[in-house]
Design a protein. Structure first.
Length: 410
């Protein structure tokens, strides 16, 4: 039983720490996933709390895993794991049966699992959690209680800080399809031999007050007495989905600029604001100032938003404003506003307002090396991440030495 308990501890500890970590790298992505859940279960009133709940969940996951693996307040960590499993195991079963959300987001965007795969994973973890829970009274503290709590509190505060820094400076690791170095046109191609999604399209026509559905094979093309009402498409067979499939930019006048922007041999900057009225005014002004600079220097610059036309007109400032799908914009960059630098469809840089280089660095004739230097990760985030990793590793290793000197042998 001792070996089984040790194996359960290692698996539970590592998986929960990994799950919390990849979510902390992209806390806004986790908040978006919470929004999907709230939408699916008609809990829209909780949407304003999505980010807070996301940070609370990812921190709880990481600290529970750290506690179980290290031995510091291990009984508390086991309780945390058990409570999470009791909540999420039945929830993932509901998701698997009803499929309101295609991906549970349990490992952020680092690893995608189907709902049934997630439920199977949770069944295995639940078995391991039950083993630890039934043996929790065998757990003994490895150092004084107050010191153990101080260690847990210290790591908790550091970890929350890590998630907030990723929120401010963009992700330490970008798991999204629009990561730097990706070529958007190439990422939209369906490889030869791969089948695309198959849809059944039906047309709704009305005649003498009676509505009827038709397919492409039998719709009344030659009967003008039938009046077209609506069209519906239903997915009947899932095919290959390219990493990027929904990139489309249209001006508020209706002109499609997608092909031009992706083929432009020069540099193009997209200033992306999912909703203009939800962005900080000072940060918007900073972006607009960059746009005017780029226009003056001959570099293409576009503001891209999912805001409505009436709202967009209130920001008329001489810059070209495009509209795009809100989900697409959230996938491109986790910031409002955020920035993406393109050349011939390849992404050369992404920034939040906090990491945006000075406008003087944006020149149309800059070299690839100059663009790469502008895209360096925030030094603050890098140093903090290394510090957090070092502290966690030292605490895990030191807990082994403490146990080997007479503490609890897990």
């Amino acid at each position: 039983m001792k070996i089984l308990r040790l194996i359960s501890r290692i698996i539970i500890g590592l998986l929960f720490m990994f799950s919390g970590f990849v979510k902390a790298v992209d806390p806004l992505g986790s908040a978006y996933k919470f929004n999907d859940y709230f939408q699916a279960f008609h809990l829209e009133f909780l949407k304003p709390f999505s980010l807070v709940l996301a940070i609370l969940l990812l921190t709880t996951e990481f600290i529970s895993g750290f506690s179980v693996l290290s031995g510091y307040r291990q009984k508390t960590g086991i309780w945390g794991v058990m409570i999470l499993m009791l909540i999420f195991t039945p929830l993932t079963l509901i998701l698997a049966v009803t499929n309101p959300v295609s991906d549970c987001g349990c490992f952020g965007d680092a690893i995608h699992l189907t709902n049934w795969q997630t439920f199977g994973k949770n069944i295995v973890l639940m078995i391991l959690a039950v083993i630890l829970f039934t043996q929790r009274n065998q757990v003994r503290q490895i150092i004084k209680v107050k010191k153990e709590w101080l260690i847990i509190l210290f790591v908790t505060v550091l970890f929350i800080g890590f998630s907030l820094l990723n929120l401010r400076y963009l992700q330490l690791f970008d798991f999204l399809p629009y990561k730097t170095g990706a070529n958007i046109p190439e990422s939209m191609i369906i490889p030869e031999g791969k089948a695309a999604d198959e849809y059944l399209t039906t047309f709704i026509y009305e005649k003498e007050g009676v509505r009827k559905e038709f397919t492409l094979e039998n719709y009344p093309a030659d009967d003008s007495t039938w009046i077209f009402v609506d069209q519906k498409s239903k997915l009947i067979k899932k095919g290959f989905t390219p990493p990027i499939y929904d990139f489309s930019l249209t001006t508020i006048e209706g002109e499609d600029l997608t092909e031009w922007i992706l083929a432009n041999p020069g540099y193009t900057i997209l200033m992306i604001s999912t909703k203009l009225n939800k962005a900080d005014k000072k940060e918007l002004d900073k972006g607009f100032d960059l746009g005017l600079w780029c226009n003056e220097k001959g570099m293409s610059f576009y503001v891209v938003t999912a805001s409505g036309t009436d709202e967009v007109k209130g920001y008329s400032n001489g810059l070209t404003i495009c509209t795009a799908d809100e989900t697409t914009l959230k996938t491109i960059v986790r910031a409002n506003p955020g920035y993406m630098l393109l050349k011939k469809g390849t992404i050369y840089g992404k920034w939040s307002s906090a990491t945006l280089p000075p406008k003087e660095q944006f020149i149309n004739g800059m070299t690839t090396e100059q663009a790469d230097k502008m895209n360096n990760k925030s030094l603050v985030l890098l140093i903090y991440s290394l510090l957090l990793s070092a502290i966690v590793i030292v605490l895990l290793i030191s807990s082994l030495f403490v146990r080997n000197k007479g503490g609890y042998e897990g």
